[in-house]
Design a protein around this ligand. Structure first.
Ligand code: ADP
Ligand code: MG
Length: 404
């Protein structure tokens, strides 16, 4: 079975359509630092506006504790959305209260309201099925249909993603359709050579995808914080770098499995080691098997891949026909440790084939480093969701829309 599309909802003229977006943008002092997710929601919203629907946009933002918390208000997002849609966008100061129901009742055909952060309500993410169902029931009073388009949350069984889709006539939006199209190309007969680049901070988050991809890919390049667990698994000392000791055996298992399958796992030969975890820390490039011989000894922290490694990774990427990249190569937030991430991003723009960036921080990194979205084959809005999809897991938010 495939996803139910917008067309399956019939004519939407005059209908109240709830759109579950993922507008979980990074904010700094109330200012949006990367509006990629707002932009990604536009195709669906514009389609609904043109169809004459009364559009009720909902999303989560950050991790408030199931109660209102002004620092996670969607109001700045509603403002940005209004600029991007080039039309007024109303804002409701609650999610299922009086403000929301009044604002929805006041909508004319083709108008848009953003209701307040879903996670200001404990029911949205409740573990208890009945609590989620009850909250979904309240949300359902705001619409005649649901368009699910928050790709970043389809791997979560949450009220607006799952239970609401069971209550209202529901379909997938255009963003979800596009994301799945690309992920399908990564799993069903991708063009070879197929290279996966993994980085970021948590090895344990990404191990599942390694085991699932090993039978399908030609090589895996390992950078970011997770590289140190790989180096340690090979018996190298990593000083004070990020290390997940409880994953060492699993990593050794993957290394052995990869060798058996003829999949290359490419580990860095050099790394940038810093005196401390800070933007202006003294730092030096050292060989990956001599990290504790840096001037900082056992207190050194590896914060980026080295220049030699970056060149090797870039070459491997450029030589590929299909590349999936998740997780920055270093602490790119500090300019002194962004070079590895930049080199990988640059190489990805030069791939003669399909180059995909997945993951919230990875997407933010490429934009922060000055790349434009259209330089890549695709930038996925959902890190966790795309990883779980590539791991072959069933995603509840897609299953409920007819995906099997
Ligand atoms: P994504 O959101 O793209 O999936 P992750 O959330 O897994 O990526 O990881 C992103 C974070 O990893 C970034 O904040 C970056 O600073 C951090 N990171 C990368 N390399 C290192 C490192 N060597 N040590 C510590 N943190 C790192
Ligand atoms: Mg992240």
């Amino acid at each position: 079975m495939t996803l139910r599309t917008l067309e399956s909802l019939g004519s939407l003229e005059g209908k109240r359509v709830i759109v579950r977006c993922d507008l979980n943008v990074p904010l700094k002092d109330g200012v949006i630092t990367d509006d990629g997710r707002v932009r990604a929601s536009l195709p669906t919203l514009n389609t609904l506006i043109e169809a004459g629907a009364r559009v009720v946009v909902c999303s989560h933002l950050g991790r408030p504790d199931g109660a209102p918390d002004p620092q996670y208000s969607l109001e700045p997002v509603a403002k940005r959305l209004s600029e991007l849609l080039d039309q007024p966008v109303a804002f409701a100061s609650d999610t299922v209260g009086e403000s929301a129901s009044d604002a929805v009742a006041a909508l004319e055909d083709g108008e848009v309201v953003v209701i307040e952060n879903l996670r200001f309500n404990a029911g949205e993410t409740a573990k208890d099925d009945a609590a989620r169902k009850a909250f979904a029931g309240e949300l359902a009073t705001l619409g005649d249909a649901l368009v699910s388009d928050g790709f970043g949350v389809v791997h979560r069984k949450q009220a607006s993603v799952y239970e609401l889709a069971e209550i209202l006539p529901s379909a997938a939006g255009l963003l979800i359709a596009t994301e799945l199209d690309v992920l399908d190309r990564l799993t069903e007969s991708p063009e070879r050579p197929y290279t996966v680049v993994l980085g970021g901070s948590k090895v344990s988050d990404k191990l599942g995808v390694i085991s699932h991809l090993l039978p399908r890919v030609d090589r895996i390049l390992v950078g970011g914080g997770m590289l140190f667990t790989f180096l340690a698994a090979q018996g190298h000392a990593v000083a004070s770098s990020l290390l997940e000791k409880d994953q060492l055996d699993t990593v050794r298992g993957y290394l052995a499995d990869a060798e058996e399958r003829g999949v290359e796992i490419v580990l860095p030969t050099d790394v940038v080691v810093a005196e401390s975890f800070s933007a202006d820390a003294a730092h030096e490039i050292v060989a990956a098997d001599a990290i504790e011989e840096s001037p900082f000894g056992t207190s050194g922290i590896g914060l980026d891949i080295g220049a030699e490694t970056a060149a090797v990774f870039a070459q491997a990427i450029c030589d590929s026909k299909t590349v999936f990249w998740n997780g920055p190569m270093g602490v790119f937030e500090f300019p002194a440790f962004a070079a590895g991430t930049k080199a990988v991003a640059q190489a990805l723009t030069e791939v003669d084939g399909l180059g995909v960036v997945g993951g919230g921080d990875s997407a933010a990194a490429v934009r922060q480093l000055g790349f434009a979205d259209d330089q890549f084959g695709h930038i996925s809005t959902g890190g966790g969701a795309s990883l779980e999809f590539l791991e072959g897991k069933k995603l509840p938010g897609l299953e409920v829309l007819g995906w099997a």
